[in-house]
Design a protein around this ligand. Structure first.
Ligand code: NAD
Length: 351
C-alpha cells in the first residue's frame, strides 16, 4: 500500500500532517511518499505538476491531497496556476468519478444555516463526473468577431461511454446505501444532457434493485435546500456537480468536515478535503483537519478495501465531536475551540 502525499499550499501541509498521524496510528503498514504540487511546485520548478510528482502519483496506489492555490498565484499565466496542477493530475490519472458524501453529525446539526429539522439525519452522496463536460470540451476560447466584438465560448460534450461509466459508479454506490439514484440534468434545454438522461435510463435497467429518478438541475438546486433528505445518491455531470456539491456541503454547516474521493476505473483514487487552501487562516494552526482525516478513511474504503479500518477512523471522528471538541469553523458562538494539531491528537486518542 503506497500513498503519494501531496500537501500543496496554504493549510494543506497542516491538515495533511494530521491525516498521516491518524493513518499511522492505525498501523496498517502504509508507505507514504511526499511530493510538491500547486503553488509550492510552481515556486520550486515553475510547474504546478512537475514530472516527478506525476510519476510518483502514477506509481502509487492512492494519492492523499491537501489543497492548492493562493492569492500570490492568481496573476500567473494559466498553465502555471496551482489549480491547473490538480486538473491535470485528475486527467492524467483518469479520475472520472468524484464522490462527495454530505453527512450531518448530530452534534453539528445546529451549525447548518438551514433549520436543524431540515438537515438532521442527512446522509447523501453526490457522484460527479470529473473529466468531461464543458470544463474540458473543445473548441473553447475567446475570439474576436467580424464586428470587432469579443466572444467567449466553451463546448459541452458527453459521449455515451463517459455517461455509462459514471452511471455504473452511482448505481454501485447506491447498492451499498439506500438504493436510490437521482440523475440530474437539463434535458429540456441541452442535447448533451438529453443523451445523459437516455443513457442513465438504459443503464437503470441493469440495476432493477435500485430506484432511478431524474431531476432538472434547477429543481435539484432548490430541492437540496427544501428537502435534502429526499436524496440518497445524486449523479450528475461535471459542471452541475461542481455547483450542487458545494451547495450540498453547506447543508452540513462546515466545509472543514467534508471529504471527497476521485476514482479511476480500477479504484485507484485521489482523496482530498473539498475545501481549498484557506489562505486567510494558513499557518495559524487553526484549520479543521477532519475533512482530510475523513478523506483518508475514504481512501481505506475505496482503494484499500479496508472497510473496517475506514469505519474505525470515522467512529473516532464522531467520538471527538461527541466529546465536544471543536475547531473554530464548527464551534457555536462562545464555544471553546482547539487547534489543528490538538484535533488530530484527539482523533488518535479516540482510535
Ligand atoms: P477555501 O475553501 O480555501 O476557503 C473558504 C473559507 O472556508 C475560508 O474562510 C477558509 O478559512 C474556510 N476554510 C476552508 N477550509 C477550512 C478548514 N479546513 N478549517 C477551517 N476553515 C476552513 O476557498 P477559497 O477561499 O475560495 O479559496 C482559497 C484558495 O484555495 C484559492 O486559491 C482557490 O483557488 C483554492 N481552492 C483549491 C481547491 C483545491 O485544492 N481542491 C478547492 C477550492 C479552492
Amino acid at each position: 500500500m503506497k500513498v503519494a502525499v501531496l500537501a500543496g499550499d496554504g493549510i494543506g501541509p497542516e491538515i495533511i500532517a494530521e491525516a498521516i498521524k491518524a493513518l499511522r496510528a492505525l498501523d496498517l503498514g502504509i508507505e507514504f511518499e511526499e511530493a510538491l504540487v500547486g503553488g509550492a511546485a510552481t515556486d520550486a520548478h515553475g510547474d504546478p505538476l512537475p514530472p516527478a510528482t506525476l510519476a510518483l502519483c502514477k506509481a502509487a496506489d492512492a494519492v492523499l491531497f491537501g489543497a492548492v492555490g493562493g492569492p500570490k498565484y492568481d496573476t500567473l499565466p494559466r498553465p502555471q496556476r496551482p489549480e491547473q496542477g490538480l486538473l491535470r493530475l485528475r486527467k492524467e490519472l483518469g479520475l472520472f468519478a468524484n464522490l462527495r458524501p454530505a453527512l450531518i453529525y448530530p452534534e453539528l446539526a445546529a451549525a447548518s444555516t438551514l433549520k436543524p429539522e431540515v438537515v438532521a439525519g442527512l446522509d447523501l452522496l453526490i457522484v460527479r463526473e470529473l473529466t468531461g463536460d464543458i470544463y474540458f470540451g473543445q473548441p473553447r476560447g475567446i475570439r474576436t468577431l467580424d464586428n470587432g466584438e469579443r466572444e467567449g465560448f466553451d463546448t459541452m460534450r458527453y459521449s455515451e461511454s463517459e455517461i455509462r461509466r459514471i452511471g455504473h459508479v452511482a448505481f454501485k454506490a447506491a447498492r451499498k446505501r439506500v438504493k436510490r439514484v437521482c440523475s440530474v440534468d437539463k434535458a429540456n434545454v441541452l442535447e448533451t444532457t438529453q443523451l445523459w438522461r437516455e443513457v442513465m435510463t438504459e443503464l437503470g435497467r441493469d440495476y432493477p434493485d435500485v430506484e432511478l429518478t431524474h431531476m432538472y438541475v434547477d429543481n435539484a438546486a432548490m430541492q437540496l435546500l427544501r428537502n435534502p433528505k429526499q436524496f440518497d445518491v445524486l449523479v450528475t455531470g461535471n459542471m452541475f456537480g461542481d455547483i450542487l456539491s458545494d451547495e450540498a456541503s453547506m447543508l452540513t454547516g462546515s466545509i472543514g468536515m467534508l471529504p471527497s474521493a476521485s476514482l479511476d476505473a480500477n479504484a485507484k483514487g485521489l482523496y482530498e478535503p473539498i475545501h481549498g487552501s484557506a489562505p486567510d487562516i494558513a499557518g495559524k494552526g487553526i484549520a479543521n483537519p477532519l475533512a482530510t482525516i475523513l478523506s483518508a478513511a475514504m481512501m481505506l474504503r475505496y482503494t484499500f478495501n479496508g472497510e473496517e479500518a475506514a469505519a474505525r477512523l470515522e467512529r473516532a471522528v464522531a467520538k471527538v465531536l461527541a466529546q465536544g471538541l471543536r475547531t473554530g469553523d464548527i464551534a457555536a458562538a462562545g464555544e471553546p475551540t482547539i487547534g489543528t494539531r490538538a484535533m488530530g491528537d484527539a482523533v488518535v486518542n479516540a482510535l
